[in-house]
Design a protein around this ligand. Structure first.
Ligand code: ADP
Ligand code: MG
Length: 741
């Protein structure tokens, strides 16, 4: 051990030899880091050396054998190292630019060129050592690479053949090679300080199921930062991914257990008489999937601990029936049920459906939404608290009140994919926990179901109610518009109704669409005057202008209504009602109609500015016209000049009508984050695992986690001690696992 405090260091600082590093060593004191860089690293959340050790590369640069300049051949890919000696950016008209860079090494010089990527001028500096990979071409007497891959190398960093270079996610001011050098210093010294948390047996078992040996933690940590080869890297990564996913799945398995065994709910048994009584109210024969799901729900609700079930089904698969069944089951036992919908329109629709279905029964139903006047709201809350209402339907505004229903037996959350793990509020009443039923608007890719909703049991409705006609989806080119409106008119003349959907409310300066819920839950409605109109917004179709255009043009003479989230709840309800009753033939609307709206006579939908919508959203919209016994038609037009065929997302949308396939495609195209709003799930982000790429590891982790918890429900065996600590540290709070500890 060397003296940790050399005489020359400034007072109060501790300069460490690499061999003295501890996991907790402040990065400022790690040799070669220093104060300034430490400040930048803190932006990445890295303060201690041990944190840096767990900051894994985002990707790797795989070696390409370095080529000598004289050996270059036209059209044959090559990699060369050299120093940048000239950088020249020439700007032309209309944002066009040419960036020319001269690179020299002992054998001579070559040029690299980027067209219209002026930003690269900031990334490439004179004096920088670079590894250039691409396909060379002789221009005059000089070799040139157009748009090559350029990797920055440290002053004395060589790309020896076979060495895989890690690429880290960076923050401004930190160079890739500085990051590499720091970790090359830290990893070999600190890797062995990290405690092994995976018991040997589990590693063995996981390794067998994955067909890949899982190395020790110190080997894995060294290899992930400084791979000695592709196989070693793959094994290291597999081990770290497995560990990360196992910790997550253990947390979810513990939570599932906790939700079932530690909590008490009223058993609401579906006796044959009750079952018959409820089923008699359905005006149609149930699909096989509905029958099965109802049986599952009945079984769950008959137990003395809460049901936690997710029902996922494509739009129009008939999820509402399941909710009705569950609610009536609660009511049959003298308990209350709550139904929460994401929008006021949807809440109202549920209220009306239920009121109709229960017209000649003694079930009392209340509608509680954000727009209800305070006096009426209070009155309804009072009734609910006193147990005088059986079913309370409403928006999330329901949740915000500081009140508890008298005898709450069931909470149904409809069409709400943002209710991830840890977000389902626990509403207790009378010392008991209600049963929970979550209906998902979007079919959930398997991996998501196993993570974000991993503490729920899942029922899937794949089968559509009989007689459903498929929806046809067309990609509308610009010059089709006239023909399309003619087609729409023909349908209206046959007595059908049509939706026209736009991404924006008005041409006035304002953000894109307006989800209904934001109108209810946020207070930022008066910010109209704030923004200026960005150029990009001006060209986006708005509901108000489309409404005007159609009324005077394509759909002149038809009864057209306008619906958007900036209207008051009462205005919205009135328009919806007129459309539902057929008094309006056409509804021009923003995405406030996205979820749930059920109007079987509406069979034609036009989506304008379709490039502004996500896949899941488009599919939800399409679901509005696939509910009747008549085939639906959807045509999407884009605002931009390109035809919709050039847009991969729209192409996928038109080609795929199955919501489950589409969800998987969306997952592939955009990653899990966008699809479901993983940020909103409340789950901590993953460091190494990629849910898309690592599905197999996820399955194995889930399987093993369940086996472990089945055998040792509190992870009390000594070999699980460190693993359990990690689980609690990372997920204890989010998943409320406190009392497992
Ligand atoms: P979603 O799953 O999208 O919420 P809904 O529950 O709103 O779907 O059902 C869509 C439509 O299908 C409704 O009009 C509903 O009455 C009808 N429906 C549901 N189940 C059946 C069935 N088994 N047979 C016939 N129609 C059904
Ligand atoms: Mg629904």
């Amino acid at each position: 051990m060397t003296d940790p405090i050399p005489a020359a260091s400034a007072p109060g600082t501790v300069v460490h030899e690499l061999s003295d590093l501890e996991l907790g060593t402040d990065l400022r004191f790690v040799p070669g880091v220093g104060h300034d860089r430490a400040v930048l690293l803190a932006k990445l959340g890295l303060r201690a050396a041990g944190e840096a050790l767990f900051f894994f590369p985002r990707n790797y640069e795989f070696p390409s054998i370095e080529t000598k300049l004289p050996d270059l051949k036209e059209g044959v890919p090559a990699s060369l190292v050299g120093v940048v000696t000239e950088v020249e950016l020439r700007s032309g008209a209309a944002g066009k630019s040419t960036l020319g860079v001269l690179v020299e090494n002992d054998e001579g010089a070559f040029r690299i060129v980027f067209y219209n990527q002026a930003f690269r001028a900031d990334q490439i500096e004179r004096g920088m050592r670079v590894l250039v990979s691409g396909t060379p071409k002789l221009v005059g007497l000089r070799w040139q690479f157009t748009h090559p891959k350029v990797t920055t190398l440290g002053p004395d960093e060589d790309p020896p053949p076979g060495k895989i270079l890690p690429l880290y996610g960076l923050t401004d001011g930190i160079k890739q090679y500085a990051m590499r050098r720091m970790l090359a210093g830290i990893a070999p010294h600190l890797a062995s300080h990290v405690r092994e948390v995976l018991p040997a047996e589990i590693r063995q078992s996981a390794g067998e199921r994955l067909g890949c040996a899982l190395p020790d933690i110190d080997v894995a940590l060294r290899e992930i930062h400084q791979p000695s080869g592709e196989d070693a890297l793959r094994q290291a990564r597999t081990r770290l991914v497995f560990q990360e996913l196992l910790v997550m799945q253990l947390a979810l398995a513990l939570r599932r257990r906790r939700l079932t065994t530690d909590l008490a709910s009223p058993p609401l048994t579906a006796t044959p008489e009750i079952d018959l009584r409820i089923q008699k109210r359905f005006p149609f024969a149930l699909t096989g999937d509905q029958v099965r799901t109802i049986a599952e729900v009945g079984q769950d609700m008959g137990r003395q601990f809460p049901m936690n079930r997710l029902v996922q089904g494509d739009v129009g698969s008939g999820k509402t029936v399941i909710a009705q069944y569950a609610m009536l089951l609660a009511v049959a036992h003298g308990y209350q049920a709550m139904l929460m919908a994401p929008t006021e329109i949807l809440a109202r629709q549920h209220y009306e459906t239920l009121t109709k279905a229960l017209a000649h029964s003694r079930v009392r139903i209340g509608l509680l939404t954000g727009s209800l006047p305070a006096v009426q709201r209070q009155a309804l809350v009072k009734e609910a608290v006193e147990g005088k209402v059986d079913v309370i339907v409403g928006t999330q505004a329901l949740l915000y009140g500081e009140w508890t229903p008298a005898k709450l037996g069931l909470v149904v959350i409809d069409e709400q994919h943002k209710f991830g793990v840890g977000q389902r509020a626990m509403l207790r009443s009378g010392g008991l926990d209600p049963h929970y039923l979550v209906l998902s608007a979007t079919p959930i890719p398997r991996t998501m179901a196993m993570t974000m909703f991993g503490d729920l049991d899942v029922s899937t409705l794949r089968e559509k109610p009989p007689g459903r006609k498929p929806v046809r989806t067309y990609l509308g080119r610009d010059n089709w518009r006239e023909r399309w409106w003619k087609f729409v008119r023909e349908h209206l003349d046959e007595g059908r109704q049509a939706f026209v959907v736009t991404p924006r409310v008005a041409d006035s300066p304002r953000e894109l669409d307006d989800a209904d819920e934001s109108a209810e839950t946020s207070t930022t409605q008066g910010d109209k005057e704030l923004g200026e109109t960005p150029d990009s917004l001006e060209s986006i179709s708005s509901a108000e202008s489309v409404f005007q255009e159609l009324a005077e043009g394509g759909l002149k003479g038809y009864r057209i209504g306008l619906l958007h989230g900036r209207m008051s709840a009462n205005e919205k309800a009135a328009v919806m009602q007129r459309f539902a009753q057929g008094r309006l033939q056409v509804l021009v609307s923003t995405t406030v109609i996205e979820v749930g709206i059920d109007i079987p006579n509406a069979t034609v939908m036009t989506i304008l500015g379709a490039e502004h919508f996500g896949l899941a959203q488009l599919h939800q919209l399409r679901g509005r016209v696939s509910r009747g016994k008549v085939a639906g038609h959807v045509c999407v037009f884009t605002d931009s000049e390109g035809s919709p065929e050039e847009n991969e997302r729209l192409q996928v949308f038109a080609d795929t009508s199955d919501g489950f396939e589409l969800a998987e495609a969306d997952f592939r195209l955009r990653g899990p984050g966008d699809l479901m709003g993983t940020q909103q799930s409340g789950m901590p982000p993953l460091r190494v695992a990629d849910l898309q790429r690592d599905q197999k590891i996820l399955h194995v982790a889930r399987e093993l986690a369940q086996e472990i918890v089945d055998a040792d429900s509190e992870l009390t065996a000594p070999e699980f001690e460190s693993l359990k600590k990690q689980v609690l540290k990372r997920y204890g709070k989010v998943l409320d696992l406190g009392d497992v500890a």
